[in-house]
Design a protein. Structure first.
Length: 493
């Protein structure tokens, strides 16, 4: 048996999953690592923890699969996006901790970009909204604040990488200095139209070009790991940012294909083919994973509070003991009886972009019960997802006919069924829910020749359950109209 090893380096844990030639999980292991919060709103990772946890789980995954390292045909990497590392090329040592995507330390720098109007240039070139999430301001912060960094950078000694680049560099013993289009597209330095690092943006952020890695397609033979790591050289045949890897894991390779990941927050990505769609609704335009120098474009939108609303029901409202219990409670009542929960705890994202909005519960009567509130909270997640889907449909001029799902909360059958009702289309939940790792494995396996193409994989695809709408157009319109009123209530300040 031959295997593909997927390394899924996430924000809170590193995972290694071994997939067999049928795309089944043969063995997996994961390890959480330390989150560092030096100040309110700041988040860092120790680069040693990222590398150590990622390498540490490989052996365990092999043992669980009963596989030998020589049976591994190729390695694919998926990673938390935007998180920024800077190291000295001479020593290979990072000069600062990894600044994590969630870190808000450069929020003021981004406000200044908006005031100066530079955000418009950034959007036109990168498809991104000028925000502290993306790598550019984080690199600038390191160069401006770490002692000696600026002079090392000017001398051409520093290297910047997102987590994929750092792993490639370390796993190859310093021989590979590269990234892929999906990760490059999240740096705010990469022009998604010319598909090159952008000199205007580099000078805007005062970042020398010598710091930047080479950019390749996601499916590409990047080189091999150093034998010192695993006792054997392995070919690294794919790299992709986690959300794009998940999109590929769902085989959303055609225009109009769309997926949503229901985690703490929700991440929706739609493949828009060869067209970089300009959003009028505050969505991001970016690049999909592929094998060529002209990857497909995507539209991306996120819901800040997704599964986190269920955690709120459990931890703050104490209406449920476990996240899974929400499903049983929600189905005890035939409807939410006019109650809406808008979980805008930290404001509303696309298509509203209202940072001042706050959560709201509306439509309560004397008869409102725990079950109604729980049900309305799950529905609130689905409505937010529907708002983004509809923004994507309007921006791209595409009507979707199915949504593919993954992530922790996609296990909730009530939520998936209501999502289908409110979208008026099918919701497809795959049998292999490790979609991010699966996408990295697919990309690596096709690049290495284990599989011929996405069509071959599509023929073997297994959908665990398909949810179809059980309500008609009129009922849907009525529910959506109630949701819009509830959102208005959440925006009154
Ligand atoms: P992340 O990758 O963001 O950590 P996961 O994909 O692991 O998230 O999903 C965890 C989230 O899913 C949590 O917010 C949790 O509340 C929610 N969740 C897990 N199981 C269920 C369930 N059965 N019903 C509803 N929500 C759930």
């Amino acid at each position: 048996m031959k295997y593909i090893l997927a390394l899924d380096q996430g924000t809170t844990s590193s995972r290694a999953i071994l997939f067999d030639s049928f795309g089944n999980v043969a063995g997996k292991a994961y390890q959480e690592f330390r989150q560092i919060y030096p100040r309110a709103g700041w988040v860092e990772h120790d680069p040693k923890d990222i590398l150590g946890s990622q390498v540490g789980v490989i052996a365990e995954a092999l043992v669980r699969a009963g596989a030998d390292i020589k049976d591994v045909e190729a390695v694919g990497i998926s990673n938390q996006r935007e998180t920024t590392l800077v190291w000295d090329a001479l020593t290979g040592q990072p000069i600062y901790n990894a600044i994590v995507w969630q870190c808000r330390r450069t929020a003021e720098m981004c406000d200044a970009l908006k005031e100066s109007g530079a955000d418009k240039i950034i959007y036109a070139k990168t498809g991104l909204i000028a925000d502290a999430y993306f790598s550019a301001t984080k690199i600038k912060w390191i160069l401006d604040n770490v002692q000696g960094a600026r002079s090392l950078a000017n001398a051409g000694r520093l290297r910047f990488g997102t987590v994929d680049t750092y792993l490639l560099y370390k796993l190859s013993g310093g021989r590979i200095f590269a990234t892929d289009y999906t990760n490059a597209a999240r740096t705010m330095l990469f022009n998604i139209h010319t598909r090159e690092w952008d000199d205007d943006l580099l000078s805007l952020f005062d970042i020398p070009r010598s710091m930047l890695p080479e950019v390749y397609p996601s499916g590409y033979v990047y080189g091999s790991t150093d034998a010192a790591f695993l006792g054997r050289k392995l070919n690294i045949c794919a790299v992709a940012g986690d959300q794009q890897a998940a999109l590929y894991g769902h085989l959303c390779t055609h225009k109009g294909d769309i997926k949503n990941t229901y985690g703490t927050g929700c991440f929706l990505l739609m493949n828009t083919g060869g067209e970089a769609v300009q959003s009028r609704n505050g969505l991001i335009t970016s690049l999909a994973a592929g094998y060529t120098r002209s990857p497909d474009y995507i539209l991306e939108g996120s819901v800040f509070v997704g599964g986190a609303a269920v955690q709120w029901l459990r931890d703050e409202m104490r209406l449920i003991d476990t996240a899974a219990e929400s499903e049983a409670l929600a189905t005890k009542v035939p409807s939410s009886d006019g109650v809406y929960v808008v979980p805008a705890f930290t404001g509303l994202g696309a298509p509203y972009w209202d940072a001042r909005a706050r959560g709201a519960i509306v439509g309560i009567t004397r008869g409102t019960s725990r079950e109604h509130i729980v049900r309305a909270t799950l529905e609130g997640i689905a409505y937010q997802v529907a708002d983004i889907v509809s923004a994507m449909e309007r921006d791209a001029g595409i009507k979707i006919n199915q949504l593919r799902v993954d992530g922790g909360a996609s296990a909730n059958n009530f939520l998936m069924s209501f999502q289908s009702d409110i979208l008026g289309c099918s919701v497809l939940r795959p049998a292999v829910v490790e979609t991010t790792a699966l996408g990295a494995a697919y990309l690596a396996g096709i690049t290495s020749g284990m599989w011929s193409d996405a069509e071959e994989l599509r023929n073997n695809e297994r959908i665990e359950r398909t949810f179809t709408p059980s309500i008609g157009k009129e009922k849907r319109a009525k529910l959506l109209s109630g949701w819009r009123s509830a959102v208005s209530a959440a925006r009154i300040r």
